[in-house]
Design a binder for this molecule. Structure first.
Ligand code: GLA
Length: 663
């Protein structure tokens, strides 16, 4: 089943609501919940996410009565249900019966109970029990008219990305056997002639447990691949049960893109019916709305450009950051609309009602502890009213301007230990390049390195350290056919097995870039280098040897003083740029603008502008993150105020406008 073959739940509305936990409240409160949900315009809630122990209080002893009543109440109120499989929180009795299903850390510690997510994804007992409770739910509720969507599990890999127990070790060996076929192949791929690590029998291979420094990087990389696949296998088990017993109801699981490093969501995206994502602001960052936009663009890209669901975000502060900064007035609204602008067909929250007890009692909610006399509640109700005017956006598609290459495997590989500098960071470069596109008011699609690039005039490749030959060929074909490619340093260095491409760095890209990198020249902490054109850079420099490329900027000082720093190589119909040092902000702008990332003319700083297009209309979503009123040259009908707009659309400071355009 592919992400694209099933439709979004057919609500025909922008989904509005959140995680609903009636099991934490007496039944009398449920009536108030439903009344207030209607008042706030809630039309969709996620139910039962951590309720396994309440649905199956003892092995094989089920209590669905309360859930029957909850779902019936919601249905009577016209509120659709995303019904969760509760498998992210197995009951205490499960771990007592199956102690070997507890997760084991890299250090060999067995995780205890009292939290959630403590299970081993390779445990046969866990897999059987998870499929069992899933089947019970599917049989009972699969044809319930309130059911819009299955919400499988919750944030696979959230707490612990991998388990190192014996069951995981044998599943890892089986995974390796399927990947490599023979031990000779594995020994070659892992380079086990290094440090005499050769394996003569599959049973000799272990997960990369705590060991002396310098654990085989390919072993580590394969274990990361395996661990992502193992959680994906857990999802597939549940999905297949749901498809079999409740055909026609789409299945999602909530991703954490890009904040979960450990799940290769390109692989996951191919398996879920509907892409959904959870996003929380990095609240202390003053530019956190740009990180939000990146997450939303990445999620849409995982959905192949199709609409997706924002499964969770927050009305205000979370409870798990070092300092849980509250959202400023208007910020929740801007956040919700920014996700919608970038392709979400819902704005759902964690959570409907704040818990009085437990680990998350200080987390914000649609209905906070302060109740309905609070600003938060008024904002929630206002957002619900505004979103009820947005139904015509459902199913429309975002129009991108350029692409950025994104790859989880390259991220993992780049950040293993013993790289040439501890200052190399994957998200550092991704965010730096994305930031520039956002500030230029350009909309980014993310693509897999081997994905189709042909529709984009420009493609950025930030630090793609691991690059398959197929990816390199893909980038080369893109440039030959007329594309503009900008590659940043430490890209195209190794293949999928973390083996250096032969013939000198960057082996996968030398011909395309028209140069080679003779030596990496990382900088001391805090030191900077100057480039001509009045640019400064830090962290990383290289000694380049040109072989067809022309130098666009040179290093003025530092270890590569006088040598090329930024180059351009015309290749076929297109151009491949290379940036061999770490530029940020305006310094990076200068280069990207010269390469063709031209800012959208006439738009003020801080105005986020995205277009969604449908069969019969086009929509401009404008979000003003600044404290100055802004104006856009556009005509159409504004959907929040309902006002016609002739030539000029005012977007007040801190506010949002959605224009159905006529031009
Ligand atoms: C995650 C989980 C939720 C909740 C929130 C809190 O997204 O899915 O259950 O813990 O975080 O921010």
């Amino acid at each position: 089943m592919n992400g694209g073959t099933r439709a979004l739940p057919r609500l025909g509305k922008i989904g509005y609501g959140g995680d609903y936990t009636p099991e934490q409240w007496p039944e009398a409160v449920w009536h108030e919940d439903v009344r207030l949900m209607r008042e706030a315009g809630v039309n969709q809630v996620s139910v039962g996410i951590f309720a396994w122990a309440l649905l199956e209080p003892a092995p094989g002893d089920y209590d669905f009565g309360w859930l029957d009543r909850v779902i019936a109440m919601l249905h009577d109120a016209g509120i659709a249900v995303n019904l969760a499989t509760p498998t992210a929180a197995p009951p205490a009795w499960f771990f007592q019966r199956h102690p070997q299903a507890r997760q084991v850390t890299r250090e060999g510690h067995v995780l205890g109970g009292g939290a959630r997510h403590a299970f081993c994804p390779s445990s046969p007992a866990y897999r059987k029990a998870a499929a069992g409770i899933t089947a019970q739910l599917a049989r009972r509720y699969g044809d319930h008219p309130a059911l819009a969507l299955w919400h499988a599990h919750n944030e696979y890999g959230w707490a612990n990305s991998a388990c190192y127990c014996e069951a995981s070790a044998s599943a890892f060996r089986e995974w390796l056997r399927l990947r490599y076929g023979t031990l000779d192949e594995l020994n070659a791929a892992w380079g086990t002639s290094f440090w005499g690590q050769r394996y003569g029998d599959w049973t000799e291979i272990d997960p990369p447990r705590l060991a002396p420094p310098g654990v085989n990087p390919t072993q580590q990389l394969d274990f990361l691949r395996f661990s992502s696949d193992e959680y994906l296998a857990c999802f597939r088990d549940e999905r297949d049960v749901l498809h079999r017993l409740a055909p026609g109801v789409p299945v999602t699981t909530n991703f954490m893109a890009p904040n979960c490093k450990w799940m290769d969501y390109w692989r996951w995206a191919a398996e879920v019916d509907v892409i959904s994502n959870d996003h929380y602001l990095q609240a202390e960052r003053t530019d956190n709305h740009i990180e939000l936009a990146m997450a939303a663009d990445l999620t849409r890209s995982l959905a192949g450009g199709r609409p997706w669901l924002l499964m969770e975000h927050s009305t205000g502060a979370v409870n798990w950051q070092p300092r849980n900064i509250a959202k400023a007035p208007g910020e929740m609204r801007r956040n919700s609309f920014a996700h919608i602008a970038r392709g979400a067909d819902s704005a759902l929250f964690f959570q409907w009602r704040a818990s009085r007890f437990g680990a998350e009692k200080f987390h914000s909610a649609m209905l906070p502890h302060a109740g309905t006399s609070s600003r938060m509640w008024r904002d929630v109700a206002r957002l619900g009213a505004d979103l009820s005017n947005m139904d015509e956006l459902v199913g429309t598609r975002v129009v991108p301007d350029l692409a950025v290459v994104w790859d989880w495997e390259a991220w993992w590989a780049l950040e293993l230990e013993w790289r040439p500098s501890v200052d190399l960071g994957y998200l550092d470069r991704l965010s730096a390049y994305y930031d520039r596109a956002w500030r230029a008011h350009r909309t980014v699609d993310f693509v897999h390195p081997e994905g189709d690039l042909s529709r984009y005039p420009m493609v950025l490749v930030p630090s793609l350290y691991l690059m398959s030959s197929a990816a390199a060929a893909n980038l080369a074909a893109y440039v030959r056919d007329g594309g503009t490619l900008v590659v940043s340093y430490f890209s195209g260095i190794v293949d999928e097995t973390d083996t250096v491409h032969p013939g000198g760095y960057p082996g996968a890209l030398r011909d395309l870039l028209g140069l080679s990198v003779e030596e990496f020249l990382p900088l001391r902490a805090g030191s900077r280098v100057r480039l001509d054109g009045d640019l400064t850079a830090d962290v990383w420099t290289e000694r380049l040897v040109l072989a067809g490329a022309e130098s666009v900027r040179r290093y003025l000082d530092g270890p590569a003083a006088g040598e090329p720093a930024i180059t351009r190589h015309r290749c076929g119909e297109g151009t491949a740029w290379y940036v061999s040092t770490r530029l940020n902000g305006r310094d990076l702008d200068a280069v990207l603008t010269e390469a063709g990332l031209v800012p959208h003319a006439g738009l003020p700083d801080g105005l986020e502008l995205v277009r969604r297009v449908g069969d019969s209309a086009s929509y401009l979503i404008a979000i003003n993150h600044s404290d100055r009123d802004a104006e856009l040259a556009a005509s159409g009908k504004e959907l929040i105020t309902g006002a016609p707009c002739h030539g000029t659309l005012p977007v007040p400071a801190g506010d949002v406008r959605v224009l159905r355009t006529t031009s």
